[in-house]
Ligand binder design. Structure first.
Ligand SMILES: [Ca+2]
Ligand SMILES: [Ca+2]
Length: 607
């Protein structure tokens, strides 16, 4: 996946992030908690009933109640000591994920690839890159995941292939190749320059001249990622066959990469040029992606793709990566009758001011706007992923980072929608950027260093223990192990009842057993500038969430409607020691950066 349209704009915020960044906090800010200490993890024999993926009473589809976990396979677990994570490594950690309470994993690309964009340049859609394993390893991963009731989502890179894919090799061989029209070719302008002004996400120009046939091919991303021509029905047919291939192997869904770039303007008109320079460049200006993003033809393909997966099995889902500027545009990806993507990613919490500002008013306004547009549709808010610096340090103040990480865990797991946890968020991993250009592995970082150091910082190896390889590898890791691994790792966190990890476990368990959090509607309460307060409610169950986004102790009053219509209000979870009373009359008292969840029974008569 890549930043797409917003890449350059997001980098402005990245720069802000760099300023805010402070060295990883290794201070322990939650030395004790009155919450029940976590039972020593035993992932294969849970004593509590496990409702993961069980059909809830109202028969909602599995994915609406699922907790997802994103795995960047290069960085999760290396099973053979070559310094690169692999499929067998993931399989070896499924018990850990089951213990955390995960219902589904999304694995970013592991297909054969020259690895120019670390797997998002696919040279064979129906195989496994040898550095990640074999098809047999994949089948074993799926079988072992399913044994633990963990669903498996794979990435589907449908907008472009690698330039080493046999289709493109054939396409560029001659203008009369049967595969020529599988890609997007245009003649040079009379002066030999590219056919229009479109820029690439990763460089100045989205066109590369094929000298042999004297035509340019289009690539929104790296030049090694030529774009497929989705106007050609043969492309769609072949790519849908790939979807069937993986469904037959048992995958439960697809995350569609860069899906809003499938089509281009038929006249290839120039995009409007914006006044802002691209970060890291003194000559390249940003563009409004008017003619190569979010074109209406995309929805015809998505309607057909959804029919295709539904006909195979309606439980297989489509998740879409579409960074769109407005909520109204996101709505289109659900389809006119909710018959396109089940889950277009909701990126509005990582765009604009909310991306780096720990500010209750801003969060309230972004979430409210989103909820208003969504009108109860399923959704998934995103706080971090392999293209976005980690929330831990985006919002951390350098002193209370662990506490703030728990606050954001509470937000992610109590908002309406299916949460996606990015690997390592649950142990407080910190964005750790390369210090020198020689250390940079992400090509975009090599190009625009140091203004843009690329995405290595959020892709560092998972921190399993305090050993030299962090339990990730016995060899030389492909990216350096962050210094924070010595204190923030699974082995230490597992033993500490007040760790971020154990807080996630308690939250996930609470969520799984809470009708209000699973199915309740969302209503924002009040307009406190420091405390984000909201209610999730079903006819029988109320959950209130209060998040103090400030470094001061504060209290907030519950509204009369909630207190009148909800019985037996009680605090069920806090990221602070709970020895003092949090709820006095209708006031919720909050310590600095405290997150509190209050449960109540809904009184139907007064509802
Ligand atoms: Ca390996
Ligand atoms: Ca395209």
């Amino acid at each position: 996946m890549r930043q797409q349209a917003h890449r350059t704009r997001l980098h402005i915020f990245l720069q802000v992030t760099f300023v805010l960044f402070s060295a990883c906090s290794v201070l322990e800010f939650c030395p004790s908690t009155a919450a029940t200490p976590q039972r020593k993890q035993n992932t294969t024999s849970r004593s509590k009933p496990d409702r993961r993926n069980a059909s809830p009473p109202n028969k909602k589809p599995w994915w609406q109640h699922a907790v997802f976990y994103e795995i960047y396979p290069r960085s999760f677990k290396d099973s053979d000591g070559d310094g690169i994570g692999d499929l067998n490594g993931i399989t070896s950690k499924l018990d850990y994920l089951a213990g955390l309470g995960i219902d589904a994993i999304w694995i970013t690309p592991f297909y054969p690839s020259p690895q120019i964009d670390f797997g998002y340049d696919v040279s064979d859609y129906e195989n496994i890159d040898p550095q990640f394993g074999t098809l047999a390893d994949f089948d074993r991963l799926v079988a072992e995941a399913h044994k633990r009731r963990i669903k498996v989502i794979v990435d589907f890179v449908l907008n472009h292939t690698s330039d080493q894919h046999p289709f493109f090799v054939a396409a560029r061989a001659s203008r009369t190749s049967p595969y020529r029209d599988w890609y997007i070719w245009r003649d040079p302008k009379p002066d030999g320059s590219p056919p229009n002004n479109w820029s690439s996400s990763f460089g100045p120009v989205a066109w590369t001249l094929d000298a042999k046939t004297n035509q340019y091919y289009y690539h929104r991303f790296y030049s090694q990622q030529p774009e497929l021509n989705w106007n050609n029905p043969a492309v769609e047919k072949r790519m849908f066959e790939t979807v069937r291939f993986w469904m037959k192997r048992g995958v439960d869904g697809f995350r569609l990469d860069a899906v809003n770039f499938l089509f281009e303007d038929s006249q290839f008109r120039d995009n409007p040029v914006l006044p802002e320079l691209r970060p890291g460049s003194t000559t390249e200006y940003q563009q409004e992606l008017k003619y190569n993003r979010d074109l209406p033809e995309i929805h015809d393909v998505l309607l057909r793709l959804r029919s295709f997966t539904d006909a195979y099995d309606p439980n297989r889902i489509l998740i879409g990566e579409a960074y769109v500027p407005q909520t109204a545009e996101l709505m289109k990806y659900y389809g006119p009758a909710n018959n396109e993507l089940q889950l277009p990613f909701n990126f509005f919490l990582v765009m604009g001011k909310v991306r780096t500002n720990l500010d209750a008013s801003i969060f309230r306004s972004v979430i409210n706007e989103s909820e208003k547009a969504l009108q109860g549709r399923p959704t998934t808010y995103v706080l971090s992923n392999h293209d976005i610096p980690r929330a831990f340090d985006r919002y951390g103040d350098g002193k209370n980072n662990d506490q703030i990480a728990k606050l954001f865990a509470t937000l992610l797991l109590t908002l309406r929608g299916s949460p996606f946890i990015y690997y390592g968020e649950e142990i407080g991993m910190v964005t750790t950027e390369p210090k020198t250009i020689e250390e940079v592995r992400d090509p975009v970082g090599k190009r625009y260093f140091p203004a843009n150091k690329g995405r290595d910082g959020e892709r560092t190896p998972m921190q399993w223990d305090a050993s030299a390889g962090a339990g990730f590898t016995s060899g030389q890791p492909w990216l350096k192990i962050p210094p924070s691994a010595r204190r923030h790792n699974v082995a230490i966190a597992d033993k500490d009842s007040s760790s971020i990890l154990n807080f996630y476990k308690r939250l996930i368990r609470l969520r799984r057993n809470s009708p209000g959090l699973l199915d309740g509607d969302y209503r924002s309460i009040g307009d406190d500038p420091h405390i984000l307060l909201y209610r999730r409610r079903t006819p029988k169950h109320t959950m209130l969430v209060a998040l103090n986004m400030s470094n001061q102790s504060r209290s907030v009053r519950l509204d009369a409607d909630t207190t009148k219509s909800s019985n037996r209000l009680r605090v069920v979870l806090s990221n602070q020691p709970t020895s003092e009373r949090k709820l006095i009359e209708n006031d919720v008292r909050l310590a600095p950066f405290e997150a509190v969840i209050i449960e109540g029974d809904t009184d139907q008569d007064t509802d």
